[in-house]
Design a protein around this ligand. Structure first.
Ligand code: ATP
Ligand code: MG
Length: 415
């Protein structure tokens, strides 16, 4: 029994962490909103099939990382490892095809049984968007722009790089697949056990491997980009022209892939060198075959997801600080309940106020210091007799008497 310990790979957000975390989420939503996204909230668990059908049974997530359990009704349930599958399921079960094009934003916890390390957790959080119903490369341009403007709004533009690649259409991938299988088969002895299995079931997946020996083989592998057909090349060119027109810098990264069959054309990642080996902060791609694969109407889609923990680490001090409170300090014979009434009135006027039920004046001022309060409102016997309060600026030490009735107005509004 692990006792009162957090489960490995989970963590608590204390108030100062939460401010950063919420700032990342709120910024993502504000920017997505400007691009026309509304928020969808799907359950954090789904039938296991929702994920096995969408992620494919050769993906790392499905083979190693899912939190799956049988519920009391005998159903196989999985805590969501990512957001797209749930959105696609909601699209199908909710009959949302009649509302296309659809632009959906989501946020919330995701669960993956991974080896925990800095920036890699078992419960982590993502924000993400899905743009359903357009097969134009300009939709890809807009989706990537949304991600870029989001990172820019977090103050991260100079810390990130956009890497971009094309996976082409089905015909291009089929042609490439043959070439790739021939190459990998020639280097079978150097591939990991996992990759040998992938080679049979989904060779493109091998390109995603993080195994060092695999990486060495992959580094010499033929490139998908050399096998794109005319239509795929045109799509990729239009995407790049669009990003250039919007002033979004990118680098084509010919080895960037997503190994699932229904991924096509665009794959992209925003990476940083400031987070050690967990450097991908936002990743996405086009998945035109996904919804049909799940049994829904054929619907093109493109989206991305970003890791909130990694982004709050990266954005660090750029998040707004907690509001600095005002403290109300009853002194002498001034009744605490009167101080409580005043504190409550100030809160109703929009201020953040601290007024503990007990404590000497000295202790109260110490606590005010600890809270980083900006003002103390002190009412002692003298002030009480005059119907006034002493307002002390805790930064400058300057103090002045203010009539009680004027207090809510006189204190600068919270901000
Ligand atoms: P990685 O290559 O780091 O394992 P991934 O390909 O599994 O990433 P995605 O499924 O594309 O990641 O998820 C999108 C983003 O979510 C990642 O870029 C990352 O910022 C974040 N993320 C993914 N897994 C974790 C995790 N276990 N802990 C924290 N953040 C994560
Ligand atoms: Mg992963």
């Amino acid at each position: 029994m692990a006792g009162m310990q957090p489960v490995r790979g989970t963590h608590d957000l204390l108030p100062e962490d939460s401010v950063r975390h919420r700032h990342v989420e709120a910024t993502a939503f504000a920017i997505a909103n400007r691009y026309g996204y509304g928020e969808i909230v799907t359950p954090i668990f789904e039938f296991t099939e929702v994920f096995t059908r969408t992620l494919g049974d050769t993906s790392d997530i499905v083979t190693k990382e899912m939190y799956t359990f049988t519920d009391k009704g005998g159903e196989s349930i999985t805590l969501r490892p990512e957001g797209t599958a749930g959105v696609a399921r909601a699209f199908i079960s909710g009959g949302l095809a009649q509302h296309l094009p659809l632009k959906l934003f989501y946020r919330g916890p995701m669960f993956r049984y991974e080896r925990p390390q800095k920036g890699r957790l078992r419960q982590f959080h993502q924000v993400g968007i899905e743009y359903l119903g357009s097969d134009s490369p300009l939709a890809d341009v807009e989706v990537i722009a949304t991600g870029y403007r989001f990172l820019e709004a977090l103050g991260l533009a100079d810390k990130i790089t956009l890497e971009l690649n094309s996976l082409g259409d089905a015909e291009s991938r089929a042609a490439y697949r043959e070439v790739l299988v021939r190459y990998l088969t020639g280097h079978l002895d150097r591939l990991s056990q996992d990759s040998k299995a992938r080679l049979e079931r989904n060779p493109m997946r091998v390109l995603d491997s993080k195994d060092d020996d695999d990486r060495a083989v992959i580094a010499q592998a033929p490139l998908l980009g050399d096998h794109l057909n005319e239509a795929s090349r045109a799509f990729f060119a239009e995407l790049q022209a669009g990003l250039t027109a919007l002033g979004i810098p990118f680098a084509v990264s010919p080895r960037l892939v997503r190994g699932l069959d229904y991924y096509c054309h665009t794959a992209f990642e925003f990476t940083t060198s400031h987070l050690g080996s967990q450097g991908t902060v936002l990743a996405g791609g086009r998945y035109d075959g996904l919804i049909a694969e799940m049994g829904g109407p054929r619907t093109p889609g493109i989206g991305w997801a970003a890791g909130v923990e990694r982004l709050s680490m990266l954005a660090g001090d750029k998040a707004p600080a907690l509001a600095r409170p005002i403290v109300v300090v009853p002194a002498g014979t001034y009744p605490v309940l009167e101080a409580f009434k005043l504190a409550d009135a100030l809160r109703q006027a929009g201020h953040s106020v601290d007024c503990p039920p007990t404590g000497s004046m000295k202790n109260r001022l110490k606590r005010a210091d600890k809270l980083g309060a900006k003002l103390a409102v002190i009412i002692g016997d003298e002030e009480q007799a005059l119907g006034e309060a002493m307002v002390k600026d805790l930064d400058s030490g300057h103090q002045e008497r203010v009539p009680m009735a004027d207090l809510p107005r006189r204190l600068a509004p919270r901000g």
